[in-house]
Ligand binder design. Structure first.
Ligand code: KG4
Ligand code: ZN
Length: 338
């Protein structure tokens, strides 16, 4: 039997300091996340300087706890995988410096992981039978993209957003409605009491580039609607606005994902990134995928948003492929898909 491979994952790209130990790329031995959400909430969004400072305070205790809960020592770890982009540069540097120091001191290979690829790989933990090829719809706070995952280490970007990411639109609209950061879960909660058909917001389908997305027009339409109603002195039904906006965003995401399934002939689609925690999106996409003979895989809620399990999982497949990062690896805040 092949030896078990243990990867220590480290993530600090935005406002979660996280570390995890994953066995053979699919089995979670520990998953520690120290969230700064309550700190940034008072400012309405992530304050980069504060994020860096909090990462510095938490990174070593979080790594210690991940090793402890997995009943593993650093000496038993086979590789250290760390997010090196995209994200906030100061935040990324904290995790990256810690990972380099540990890997160097313990004489372990270092693997720099693309955070967006990490989100996709969270699905390997949730579905033990998941194998490429499949389609991935990545919907996070900073990115919205359709990806053809052709192998464990090969991806083809089909299209991405031209402007706002889906999560960014959720966050901005929530902010205008006076809801706390992060806006996605708040809008989802409020929408439960609203009518998704109450207001028809525009859906940009971009016929010239069917795999691309644009959410800035929709976002402006929602904000203009709110301002106009308030100027008229009308009482705005925020639950209807939340439900109608969520309906519009998820319509676009689902229609484009189904078009991509048809075009590629793929039979599996995975959701990735924070917005994949949205139940309406999960349900609509699962239903539409079934109609074209495909099935949906999505992470459990804790693995939808930022975590280090997904980084360790991505790192495992890089490790198996013989990839190694050098000690000069630097943070790349604008890193894209390959
Ligand atoms: O992947 P993630 O944790 O961080 C980035 O890599 O960006 O995604 C965070 C984004 C935020 O915009 C947040 O509002 C959104 O994911 N989000 C949601 C939900 N949970 C988180 N959006 C819609 N519905 C949700 N339930
Ligand atoms: Zn993320």
């Amino acid at each position: 039997m092949a030896k078990d491979i243990l990867v220590l994952g480290i993530e600090s790209s935005c406002d979660e300091t996280a570390a995890a130990v994953v066995k053979n790329g699919r089995q979670v031995l520990s998953n520690i996340i120290s969230s700064q959400i309550v700190i940034h909430r008072q400012y309405g969004g992530v304050v980069p300087e504060i994020a860096s400072r909090k990462h510095i305070e938490h990174i070593l205790p979080v790594i210690d706890e991940a090793l402890k809960q997995s009943h593993t020592t650093l000496a038993e770890i086979d590789a250290v995988a760390v997010t090196y982009g995209p994200g906030l540069v100061g935040a990324l540097l904290v995790g990256l410096s810690a990972a380099k120091a540990l890997a160097w001191a313990a004489d372990k290979p270092l693997l720099g992981v693309n955070h967006l690829e990490g989100h996709v790989f969270a699905n390997f933990v949730n579905d033990a039978s998941l194998e490429p090829p499949f389609l991935a719809l990545v919907v996070s706070g900073g990115h919205t993209a359709l990806l053809h995952v052709t192998g464990y280490n090969s991806f083809k970007l089909l299209g991405q957003t031209r402007d706002d990411a889906a999560g960014e639109a959720f966050d901005k609209i929530a902010r205008v409605m006076g809801l706390p950061y992060p806006g996605g879960p708040e809008i989802e909660k409020l929408a439960l009491q609203g009518n998704p058909q109450a207001i028809s917001f525009p859906r940009a389908m971009l016929a010239d580039e069917p795999f691309a997305f644009s959410f800035s027009g929709m976002k402006s339409a929602v904000i203009n609607y709110l301002h106009n109603e308030q100027q008229k002195g009308a009482t705005v039904n925020f639950a209807d606005v939340a439900a109608s906006f969520q309906e519009a965003v998820t319509d676009v995401l689902v229609q484009k994902a189904i078009y991509a399934l048809r075009q590629t002939g793929l039979k599996t689609i995975v959701l990735a990134g924070g917005v994949s925690a949205n139940k309406v999106l999960q349900d609509k996409l699962a239903g539409a995928a079934a109609q074209v003979g495909a099935h949906l895989v999505h992470p459990t809620p804790i693995l939808c948003t930022d975590n280090a399990v997904m980084i360790a999982c991505r790192g495992y497949f890089m490790f198996q492929d013989g990839e190694r990062s050098g000690w000069t690896l630097n943070a790349d805040p604008a890193l894209r898909f390959q």
